[in-house]
Design a protein around this ligand. Structure first.
Ligand SMILES: O=C(O)c1ccccc1NCC(=O)[C@H](O)[C@H](O)COP(=O)(O)O
Length: 205
């Protein structure tokens, strides 16, 4: 069964909606401007979130001490590296935590897929160039991936069925469930309904 991550949650009502629709992961973004949360905001969101939904911290070239502090505090349970973190960075982080590590790769060529295949992280996430842009990439490149992956970038109720046909480990959505920069209850509801409907169809194939 394909997992789902709702990313970029930043208000308590976003967490209420996550608790209602029960995704497999939620994402708190500690980067950029649009969706960035402070450590204090993220801690408050985590304490409002159902205990069995892991919170993924999304970081861009972040000092590791900060990531480790958030893990130790229980604010996040999974780490998503969305910058230009190299293998040495990943290995150093791995030595300090057993938390699952996700590394985002911008998939623009077969060479990018090869780099993703070689990464030592727990999961790779494949996305359009910059995170949270709402843009999809050429999914034909997914055929070069040889490991479970999170599929991100421009997912929406309209294309989620087509996305599932590629059998990703998980799908990751942010922009497609927003209106004017904020998460939208009706869009989350529709996305989850389309996803779960398409999953049933996919399993029956
Ligand atoms: O969401 C951000 O603002 C962000 C900033 C910097 C790095 C990553 C960021 N987001 C990552 C995600 O939200 C997801 O992993 C994914 O890229 C969702 O993309 P989309 O559905 O296209 O918004």
């Amino acid at each position: 069964m394909t997992r789902v991550k709702l990313c970029g949650l930043k208000r308590l009502c976003d967490i209420d909606w996550a608790n209602e629709f029960r995704p497999d992961y939620v994402g708190f973004v500690f980067a950029g401007k649009k969706r960035r949360v402070t450590d204090e905001q993220a801690a408050a969101l985590r304490s409002h979130l159902l205990s069995d939904i892991p919170a993924v911290g999304v970081f861009v070239d972040e000092p590791q001490e900060h990531i480790l502090r958030l893990l130790e505090a229980g604010t996040i349970q999974v780490v998503q590296l969305h910058g230009s973190e190299e293998e040495a960075y990943i290995k150093a982080l791995r030595q300090q935590t057993k938390a699952p590590l996700i590394k985002a790769f911008s998939l623009e060529s077969e060479a990018d897929a090869k780099a993703a295949n070689a990464s030592s992280v727990t999961y790779v996430l494949v996305d359009h160039g910059s995170g949270g842009s709402g843009q999809a990439f050429d999914w034909d490149l997914l055929r070069f991936l040889e490991r479970p992956y999170f599929l991100a970038g421009g997912l929406s109720p309209e294309n989620i069925k087509q996305a599932l046909a590629y059998r990703p480990f998980a799908v990751d959505v942010s922009s497609g469930i927003e209106t004017n920069g904020y998460k939208d209850y009706d869009k989350i509801k529709r996305f989850m309904a389309c996803l779960r409907g398409a999953m049933v169809e996919e399993e029956q194939r």
